[in-house]
Write a protein that binds this ligand. Structure first.
Ligand code: AMP
Length: 238
């Protein structure tokens, strides 16, 4: 693994793209650990709003349960609020955003008016590629701990005791939208709305691709190499 980056390094925005189940959340958590910058998962923020019954949550709930995408306007507004917080000053990992071309265009405009340590930094866009069958197995097998957020997979990474978190001892839960009937809709929505976004970045020469079928630590290594290059450049201008 590359050498540990300074914890006060300016990393800038990182955007993780990939189909549902590609491992964006898992990889984002590993990068958080490494750089001390926040993971901004639009899915997590939306689920939190649904659980708390906020106005935003009420608008998003039905759409999410169908496996469709929440409106660009709602999600972009939510992201703008989150990125304005102090912990985002050195950078952040966008997990699940942008997901449409409109969201990517919004992000470019937003970043054009922001600086990281006095510099404008475009997002490092990383697409985690995983084949369809592997995605299906990951999504249907995914369980998480409601207490610590740790993610398991009943097929490939089961807990020591069935249905119970190794660390917290809490009963594991399955996301409502990881049920089989919703999964196929989410994957269709990915093809319809998010694949054009991947093309959008690729056409502009801004897309980095990593093989998401490798073991998680090897995927992380590929990602860190992509992140560290701009992190070093940013630091070297000081
Ligand atoms: P995720 O946890 O990233 O799989 O997201 C769960 C659900 O939240 C998605 O199926 C969408 O309904 C909604 N969602 C998350 N991120 C976005 C986004 N960037 N744009 C629109 N909807 C989103």
């Amino acid at each position: 693994m590359p050498a540990t980056a300074a914890t006060d390094a300016v990393v800038g925005p990182i955007a993780l793209l990939g189909a549902p189940g590609a491992g964006k959340g898992t990889q984002a958590k590993l990068i958080v650990h490494r750089y001390g910058i926040p993971q901004i998962s639009t899915g997590d923020i939306l689920r939190d709003n649904v659980a708390r019954g906020t106005e935003l949550g009420k608008q998003a709930r039905v759409v999410m349960e169908r496996g469709e995408l929440v409106s660009d306007q709602l999600v972009s507004g939510m992201v703008a609020d989150r990125l304005a917080q102090k912990d985002c000053e050195r950078g952040y990992i966008l997990d699940g955003f942008p997901r449409t071309v409109a969201q990517a265009e919004w992000l470019d405009k937003y970043l054009d008016s922001r600086t990281f340590g006095r510099r404008k930094l475009p997002p490092v866009v990383i697409n985690i590629q995983v084949g369809y069958n592997q995605l299906l197995q990951r999504l249907t097998g995914r369980r998480s701990c409601p207490a610590c957020g740790r993610i398991y997979n009943v097929y490939s990474q089961p807990p020591r005791v069935d249905h119970v978190c190794d660390v917290e001892g809490a009963s594991l839960i399955q996301r409502k939208d990881d049920k089989e009937e919703v999964i196929s809709e989410r994957l269709k929505e990915y093809e319809r709305r998010t694949l054009p976004l991947v093309e959008y970045y690729r056409r502009q020469g801004r897309l980095h691709e990593v093989n998401g079928e490798l073991p998680a630590n090897q995927v992380t290594e590929q990602i860190l190499k992509l992140i560290e290059r701009p992190a070093v450049q940013a630091g070297s201008n000081d």
